[in-house]
Design a protein around this ligand. Structure first.
Ligand SMILES: NC(=O)c1ccc[n+]([C@@H]2O[C@H](COP(=O)([O-])OP(=O)(O)OC[C@H]3O[C@@H](n4cnc5c(N)ncnc54)[C@H](OP(=O)(O)O)[C@@H]3O)[C@@H](O)[C@H]2O)c1
Length: 232
């Protein structure tokens, strides 16, 4: 069985997901309403956060990181799941200390370097291995449901991972917070960047669910996506 998956994205009026002042307080307040069992980040989203705050990358290591939280099974906070088959995220210590998550888990594939799997094992970070080269997200989500009882997952990811999830027909809902701001810039990432994931010609019909105008003219629109739909 698969979890319910919600893509939750803050965008500018011109559909960009970076280079504008996103209202993060509103983003996370709304994000909590799905009460997700897990939150999914793409590796590039984590690396972008590290570029903004390089101190994340080199935290002092201490005993705490080798000790997973004892109450992880009963803690109501979501599990933070990072898709990282290339072994690029090296700030798990800092991430494990974020107060919003009960624990962390990595998604990897058969192509993940053994050195990285050893690195995760040493830190007692849970791993799901799915797929040969890139992560097989369908298999990974099924494993999250079966092994970690993840029934609802929010994806706070960039356009690449969003595209993979949409293309695989794994998404139930798309939620966008449209900010009254034109970010501009041809190279800026958008909500859906399928070519980054090697997916040509992705088109996704959605059904409008609701639209509200919130504080400061931010428009919150929600759409349902057809799960397991035929791929174009
Ligand atoms: N405004 C917002 O709401 C919002 C939210 C999140 C992120 N962002 C921004 O978005 C940017 C990052 O977005 P992004 O699109 O570059 O990266 P991303 O979606 O965060 O990360 C790329 C992910 O896609 C995976 N991937 C790539 N090709 C794949 C394939 N064929 N099959 C399976 N998985 C595949 C990669 O896995 P591997 O690591 O295994 O290759 C990686 O985990 C950052 O600047 C961040 O700040 C904005």
């Amino acid at each position: 069985m698969l979890p319910k998956v919600i893509l939750h994205t803050a965008t500018s009026l011109d559909g960009r997901i970076t280079n504008f002042p996103a209202d993060l307080e509103l983003y996370y307040t709304l994000a909590a309403q799905w009460n997700p069992d897990a939150v999914l980040f793409g590796s590039e989203t984590v690396l972008a956060a590290v570029r903004e705050d390089p101190s994340l990358e080199v935290p002092p290591e201490h005993e705490e990181i080798f000790t997973p939280p004892a109450d992880a099974k009963t803690d109501p906070r979501p599990l933070l799941v990072i898709a990282d088959s290339r072994g690029r995220v090296r700030c798990w210590d800092a991430i494990r200390k974020w107060p919003y998550m009960r624990d962390v888990l990595a998604l990897c594939s058969s192509a993940t370097p053994q050195e990285y799997l050893d690195y995760l094992k040493e830190r007692r970070i849970g791993v799901i291995i799915a797929g040969e080269d890139h992560i097989d997200m369908r298999a990974a989500l099924e494993a999250l449901r079966e092994q970690h009882n993840v029934k609802v997952m929010r994806a706070d990811s960039g356009g690449t991972l969003n595209s993979v999830l949409l293309h695989a027909g794994l998404v139930d809902e798309v939620s966008v917070l449209i900010h009254p701001f034109i970010a501009g810039g041809k190279a800026a990432p958008t909500l859906c960047d399928p070519l980054n994931a090697g997916i040509p010609g992705l088109q996704v019909p959605l059904t409008h669910k609701s639209t509200k105008v919130l504080a400061n003219g931010i428009v919150w629109s929600r759409y349902t996506a057809q799960k397991n739909r035929e791929r174009p």
